[in-house]
Design a protein around this ligand. Structure first.
Ligand code: NDP
Length: 289
């Protein structure tokens, strides 16, 4: 049979997690501070726990997903002795430092700790599109991999409990930078009376094109050499100046193109003008001047 487990925290994400476990046939006990959020899950077959202790002691696997790590500690500290011998999977978002501190505390209680980072929105949970990163002892990950695969595609990133949060931050850097590029472009075109919907297809193609450059540039970063096969930093810098000019002319915000040009100019000053765009990585490895 499927391993019995519990889900603590039934916000938008916790509800999706519990529903996915139930959908895969796991006997699932749920707890939430605000009990009303548990009721739709009861209709799907979940056991409702009245107390945190009832939830924690329901099975060998305890999954928690609440607003932040401080809340995790507030919820679990009163039942710390009940954690002993169980595996805690914490899918709450936070920093790598918080994850490592929580790991120390959980291990001190005699429990096994897996930290996780969910790289998906609640509606994607339970589908192959939901990637969830995990860290901690491989033995614990292997033991619970089947249960965790109820949530989506589990990816083990290492023993260091801080790694899922770190990968999450790195991926979010990408999300926000890409989105700001799109939003800036839309603002520029908007000033010319062109709706964002008329830009959407070109923007999507642009993002997909850049996505194809990632593996090659990753190799260049690791090698520390940046041979330009498509375009040089110099060529890109010329384009950035056009973007800056257009942004000034349209009287829109210029912070994003200014940042891009500043980094590229510094790379050129360090002798990378004829290297590929990936050479700019060297400007990002040190604190801002
Ligand atoms: P919600 O705001 O919907 O839910 C927050 C949850 O935390 C609720 O269960 C809430 O309980 C609980 N909570 C907050 N404070 C306390 C407290 N002091 N004591 C007890 N329980 C508390 O957030 P989400 O479910 O969307 O997010 C949960 C985690 O998942 C976050 O770390 C988030 O970053 C992460 N995540 C979310 C994604 C998303 O798209 N939603 C995507 C990836 C990660 P109550 O119902 O009683 O308020």
């Amino acid at each position: 049979g499927r391993v019995p487990l519990s889900v603590l925290g039934l916000g938008l994400m916790g509800q999706a997690l519990a529903a996915a476990f139930l959908g895969r046939g796991h006997p699932t006990t749920v707890w939430n501070r605000t009990r009303a959020k548990a009721e739709p899950l009861a209709a799907q077959g979940a056991q409702l726990a009245w107390t945190v202790r009832d939830a924690v002691t329901a099975g060998p696997l305890v999954v928690i997903c609440v607003s932040d790590y401080d809340t995790v500690r507030d919820i679990l500290e009163p039942v710390s002795r009940d954690l002993s011998g169980r595996t805690l999977v914490n899918l709450t978002s936070g920093t790598s430092q918080e994850a490592r501190e929580t790991a120390q505390w959980v291990i001190h209680q005699g429990a096994v700790y897996l930290d996780g980072a969910i790289m998906a929105v609640p509606p994607a949970i339970g589908t192959a599109n939901a990637t969830v990163l995990y860290s901690g002892p491989t033995t614990a990950f292997d033991r619970h991999q089947q249960a965790l695969s109820s949530l989506g595609s589990p990816v083990y990133v290492g023993a260091d409990h801080g790694l899922p949060s770190l990968f999450d931050a790195a991926a979010l850097s990408l999300v926000w930078s890409t989105l700001n590029g799109f939003l800036h472009g839309a603002a520029l075109l908007g000033k010319a009376g062109i709706p964002a919907t008329a830009f959407a297809r070109l923007a999507k193609t642009g993002i997909e094109t850049v996505a194809d450059w990632v593996p090659g540039y990753a190799q260049q970063i690791d090698d520390g050499t940046y041979p330009a096969t498509e375009s040089t930093v110099n060529t890109n810098l010329t384009g950035m100046k056009h973007l800056l000019h257009e942004s000034h002319a349209a009287d829109i915000n210029t912070e994003l193109p200014e940042l891009l040009a500043t980094l590229a100019e510094r790379a050129v000053a360090k002798g990378h003008g004829n290297n590929s765009y990936a050479a700019i990585t060297e400007q990002l490895r040190h604190p801002s001047p």
